[in-house]
Write a protein that binds this ligand. Structure first.
Ligand SMILES: NC(=O)c1ccc[n+]([C@@H]2O[C@H](COP(=O)([O-])OP(=O)(O)OC[C@H]3O[C@@H](n4cnc5c(N)ncnc54)[C@H](O)[C@@H]3O)[C@@H](O)[C@H]2O)c1
Ligand SMILES: [Zn+2]
Length: 341
């Protein structure tokens, strides 16, 4: 899969793990997390490595700073490459480090979670969190290459795997009825499913096409990837980003937004049921938790940094396999939907 962008293009290659490390330029600096290093560190034992704590807390100014200082101490030059080897946290952090060190050094992504393989490793968005909110500092900084290694997913637990599957199903819902059919016929998906690699490739083709058309998120095309995310982000916010994974939050969000679409007359009736059935079959949550405060959720949506209009904007399905950006949705309509889920 090839991804074109304003400064060139990069290739997403499907490789074995040892092939991927063999393809990395000599003298690269590998940024990873403790957890991934413990599992796969033997593959790059002789290489320069910066390892940070696992988890979202590493997408911070202080970890960003310590990575830059570590690169400098290790003698990295403008010609050095930075390899992000880990999940979305590492990809975002390492990418922003690569974008910043000496005004930018080559960046290679080797994503190790399903979420990172189908979503965060492609599209050029890198960054870190601020106290004021998630992903508030960052850049568009496309990688030089992305190496997707199927076998690395086998050490993910089923919950982390399902977390990525929420985004996989999303691609089917918003852009590809064939992918949806394929997913539906695949019984239950896990890291060893024989067709998984093919499915990951289809997802990447969809994401590549969308980000190529709207690299800097200005045309509303890239916003289509946000199906389920307006509600999902609000849920993550209500939970303080604890106890619920992103994929789980958007799973509930996709069901909510499918119902919203049906209520607004945009989504074909019966779609919500299909969406909910699919996600439930993957072991993902599909219901609004009674503990979550509806008015507070809507307030969080109004504050979302991606809000682009008066009222609220949603990427809503017209039917399975197609979506449309809808602006100016009233808070009342959203409150009613959340209240009735
Ligand atoms: N840049 C983008 O376009 C984009 C898109 C979506 C999400 N994101 C970001 O991605 C992050 C979430 O990514 P994530 O879900 O991959 O989380 P993560 O990077 O925290 O990884 C989840 C957990 O899995 C562990 N792990 C990683 N690979 C493993 C493996 N192969 N086997 C066993 N354990 C493994 C990690 O150590 C971590 O504990 C968020 O910060 C989000 O903002 C960015
Ligand atoms: Zn997402």
């Amino acid at each position: 899969v090839k991804v074109a962008h304003s400064q060139g293009a990069y290739e997403i290659s499907f490789l074995g793990l040892s092939e991927a490390f063999a393809a990395v330029p000599d003298g690269s600096h590998i940024i990873t997390d403790e957890h991934v290093k413990a599992l796969y560190g033997h593959l790059f034992a002789g290489e320069k490595c910066i390892s940070v704590a696992a988890g979202e807390q590493s997408k911070s100014i202080s970890t960003f700073e310590s990575c830059l200082e570590a690169l400098a101490r290790a003698g990295a030059t403008r010609k050095s490459s930075v390899v992000g080897f880990g999940g979305g946290v590492i990809g975002d952090l390492a990418g922003f480090v690569a974008a910043s060190y000496m005004r930018g050094v080559a960046f290679i992504q080797i994503p190790t979670t399903l979420l990172a393989q189908v979503d965060s490793s492609v599209g050029g968005k890198v960054g870190i969190d601020l106290k004021a909110g998630k992903n508030l500092a960052g850049a568009f900084y496309p990688p030089k290459a992305v190496y997707v290694c199927a076998e690395v997913l086998q050490t993910l637990d089923q919950r982390q795997f399902n977390n990525g599957m929420a985004e996989v199903w999303k691609y089917g819902f918003i852009a590809d009825k064939d992918l949806f059919d394929r997913l539906t016929n695949g019984a239950s998906w896990h890291a060893r499913s024989t067709q998984l690699q093919e499915v990951v490739k289809l997802c990447l083709q969809i994401k590549a096409r969308i980000v190529e058309e709207d690299e800097f998120e200005e045309k509303g095309i890239r916003a289509s990837l946000n199906f389920g995310h307006t509600v999902g982000h609000a849920i993550e916010h209500l939970c303080g980003f604890k106890g619920i994974l992103h994929g789980e939050a958007i799973s509930v969000g996709m069901v909510a937004e499918a119902l919203l679409g049906e209520r607004l007359g945009i989504t074909e009736l019966g779609t919500r049921e299909k969406v909910a059935g699919s996600l439930a079959s993957q072991g993902l949550p599909t219901k609004w938790d009674q503990k979550w405060d509806v008015p507070k959720a809507v307030e969080a949506m109004m504050r979302d940094k991606k809000r682009i209009s008066d009222g609220l904007a949603f990427s809503l399905l017209t039917h399975i396999g197609e979506c449309k950006l809808i602006t100016g949705v009233s808070c009342e309509a959203v409150e009613q939907v959340l209240g009735s889920l």
